[in-house]
Design a binder for this molecule. Structure first.
Ligand SMILES: C[S@@+](CC[C@H](N)C(=O)[O-])C[C@H]1O[C@@H](n2cnc3c(N)ncnc32)[C@H](O)[C@@H]1O
Length: 416
């Protein structure tokens, strides 16, 4: 008996496209279950599996890939704090922010969301994070909340000193962090039975890659329904291309993989609003901020030599940003460095290099790059915000606060 039937069943049950993990992995999982059930062969296992929800769940447990760690793709968490602070809708500003991590696996992702927002100064009372996964085993580990070395990767682990306590076998998030996250079992493809309220932010990272195109479409339709009209959806680095096909609009924050739900929400007058420009690398400073050089447009055909040169510059940085967005950090850094060497220093290039270094876990170097950007452009809102978050993470609360205040003054129309 071949594994095709099992593959078909898993696709129906959880969306798994066996090509994404290889048929051999499904076969291994089936064999594991045959042994665990003490059965003679795969055919007997098929009979056992047919009609048994419990055994189907066991097979799902055997094929899921629960790989995750704290602050995976760190720029996403920086962006989370920033987008919620800079672009809060009136509804969000008044009330509680609702966030969802699906799939949450063993809990590192939703706990990272909680820590990032607490570090950014959001009060615990304003945050509610739901965390959902199809694996009971992963959820049990999430609720056990003891994390070993594998959950802490990269060199910037200052968050562990701030938010964890030592526990037998590893570290546990402090109660203040654990209290913010509610775990529950659920299947993304079943729509997650949303309550009356929708989510302001959804992290759905590193699961769409295991689905085929039709299932990805289904999952994105579910996510679209669960998001508020101004909500943000974060995906994994290899999942970004799908989003624009579904009308989501990139926040254009390098390495954050963040998208706004599109099309733009209707205004009170019933007219379609222009999509709010995200305070992104492309247009970072708020309208009332101290003047920053306008971002050069890509070469109009009748460009003057000067505008053509600026357009070329923009193209180089745009390419670096795109590479960074796709997770090609080394290439993005190399382009930024080449740009700085060949065209001289610009705040934009230093800021982008800072983000790339930050995402690579090279935090000291990242801080240096942000500082260079600020030396060139003291009112560079992006660099101010990112350096503030970095200092906060490194435990320099006073330094972070000073920069944050400068960024806020810009935001509210004053000089920094
Ligand atoms: C690689 S982990 C991703 C965890 C986390 N989002 C991250 O990026 O680090 C994939 C998770 O997807 C879960 N999963 C797979 N199919 C699912 C589905 N249909 N609904 C909910 N969770 C699912 C698995 O149980 C596993 O824990």
């Amino acid at each position: 008996m071949d594994t095709a039937r099992f593959e078909q069943l898993l696709k129906q049950a959880m969306g798994l496209d066996s090509a994404s993990i290889g048929s051999a992995s499904v076969e291994r999982a089936v064999q594991e279950r045959v042994s665990a059930c003490g059965l003679a062969d795969v055919r007997s296992y098929w009979d056992r599996l047919s009609g048994s929800g419990t055994e189907l769940q066991e097979l799902i447990e055997a094929v899921v890939v629960p790989e995750t760690w704290f602050f995976r793709d760190p720029a996403s968490f920086v962006a989370l704090a920033r987008l919620l602070r800079d672009e809060r809708s009136p509804r969000q500003a008044q009330g509680v922010l609702r966030l969802l991590s699906v799939p949450c696996s063993t809990g590192e992702e939703p706990y990272s969301m909680a820590m990032a927002l607490l570090d950014a100064g959001f009060p615990a009372s304003a945050l509610r994070i739901d965390a959902v996964d199809i694996s009971h085993r992963a959820l049990a580990r999430a609720q056990g909340a003891v994390y070993g070395r594998n959950s802490f990767r990269g060199s910037d682990l200052a968050f562990r000193d701030r938010h964890f306590v030592a526990a037998a076998g590893g570290h546990s998030p402090a109660d203040a962090v654990q209290r913010l996250v509610k775990f529950r079992h659920g299947n993304l493809l079943d729509g997650l039975a949303a309550g009356a309220e929708l989510y302001d932010v959804i992290f759905c990272r590193n699961v769409l890659i295991y689905f085929d195109r039709v299932t990805q479409d289904r999952a994105l339709a579910v996510l679209g329904r669960l998001l508020t009209p101004c909500g943000w959806l974060f995906v994994g680095p290899s999942e970004t291309a799908l989003l624009s096909d579904h009308g989501f609009i990139s926040a254009k924050l390098p390495l954050a993989f963040a998208f706004r739900k599109g099309p733009a929400p209707r205004t009170d007058t019933g007219l379609r609003a222009t999509p709010a420009p995200s305070r992104s690398m492309r247009a970072p400073a708020p309208a009332a901020a101290a003047p920053r050089p306008a971002r050069p447009r890509v070469a109009p055909s009748a460009a003057t030599p000067r505008t053509a040169a600026r357009a070329e510059t923009a193209t180089g940085i745009d390419r670096a940003r795109r590479l960074a967005d796709q997770g090609h950090l080394a290439e993005a850094a190399a382009l930024c460095e080449a740009h700085l060497r060949e065209r001289g220093p610009t705040a934009e290039a230093y800021n982008l290099l800072g983000l790339v270094r930050d995402a690579s876990g090279k935090t000291d170097d990242a801080a240096d790059q942000y500082r260079k950007a600020l030396y060139l452009e003291p009112n560079h809102h992006e660099a101010l915000v990112h350096l503030a978050l970095l200092l906060q993470k490194q435990g320099d609360a006073a330094g972070a606060q000073r920069l944050q205040q400068r960024a806020s003054r810009l935001q509210h129309g004053g000089g920094a």
